[in-house]
Design a binder for this molecule. Structure first.
Ligand code: 4D8
Length: 255
């Protein structure tokens, strides 16, 4: 009986992932030859720092929107208190975006699908955060090396999001219970495929994700100091809501 329940949970998580993954895997294979030309890369280089940040914040915000939808479709997520749901998304949505990025990463030429074609690190030069971009690309390489199946990516994404260790959770117990089930689902599929060794390697990825997200926030703080008005007037509200400083975050008015 427990077996059937875990199977059902796996299927449900995979379905949520598939329905919100933006690009089906089959479609991705067909896109791999589309790479930015030198002339097109020049267009990105001719943008100003704040124009390029604006473009990336918009793209990232779109990707986050799909992760929010993924979360909402996970069995049990809607039963979590709303403030805890927001907390989990604030701390985990960027991490899931980066996990998802590995599906759109071509290790043969170190490019990622961005703005309609495959882009190398040079496309992001004008962001002025080479260290973040290099670290994100390194992470994508190391994720791809694990050769996860779509099912494994789906369940790992759920695991990243449903994390009872996030600071500030009000009802940690509920998140813990949901987490336990996802852990069971993950060990169930890994056991079935004789890939228990992946468990340890995925733990390493969780640590890398944490570091990448702090770096992203640090870069945003830096950018916001230089271009407060761009962030204030032009960045997507969802991006500000999830990653912005308190001053930029709407809805938390004093009593
Ligand atoms: O499916 O939504 O089309 C990255 C952003 C991916 C950041 C996006 C990005 C993705 C992080 C733009 C800027 C990953 C897909 C496209 C846009 C995730 C970097 C590259 C989605 C998967 C690939 C393809 C810069 C999409 C890390 C950091 C952010 C700043 C605002 C400077």
């Amino acid at each position: 009986l427990l077996h059937i329940r875990i199977e059902e949970l796996c299927d449900s998580i995979v379905r949520s992932h598939r329905e919100t993954s933006q690009y089906p895997v089959e479609e991705l294979q067909a896109l791999r030859w589309k790479i930015f030309t030198r002339e097109e890369v020049q267009i990105y280089h001719s943008k100003t720092v704040d124009e390029m940040w604006q473009l990336c914040a918009d793209k990232l915000s779109d990707a986050v929107q799909f992760v929010v939808e993924f979360a909402k479709r996970l069995p049990g997520f809607r039963q979590i208190r709303q403030d805890d749901q927001i907390n989990l998304l604030k701390s985990g949505s960027m991490e899931v975006v980066l996990v998802r990025m590995s599906r759109l990463f071509n290790t043969e030429n170190s490019t990622v699908y961005f703005d309609g074609k495959f882009a190398g690190t040079e496309v992001f030069k004008t962001l002025m955060c080479g260290d973040l971009i290099n670290a994100v690309f390194d992470f994508a390489h190391s994720m791809c090396a694990l050769r996860l199946t779509e099912q494994q990516v789906a369940i790992f994404s759920a695991l990243v999001l449903i994390n009872p260790d996030r600071p500030g959770l009000e009802d940690r117990g509920r998140v813990q219970r949901m987490r336990k089930d996802i852990e069971l689902a993950l060990s169930h599929i890994l056991h079935r495929e004789h890939q228990e060794s992946l468990l340890h390697r995925l733990d390493e990825k969780v640590a890398m994700l944490k570091a990448l997200c702090s770096l992203h926030i640090e870069k945003l703080r830096w950018f916001q100091q230089l271009y407060p008005l761009t962030v204030h007037s032009s960045f997507p509200p969802l991006y500000k809501e999830l990653f912005g400083s308190d001053a930029e975050r709407p809805g938390v008015s004093p009593p």
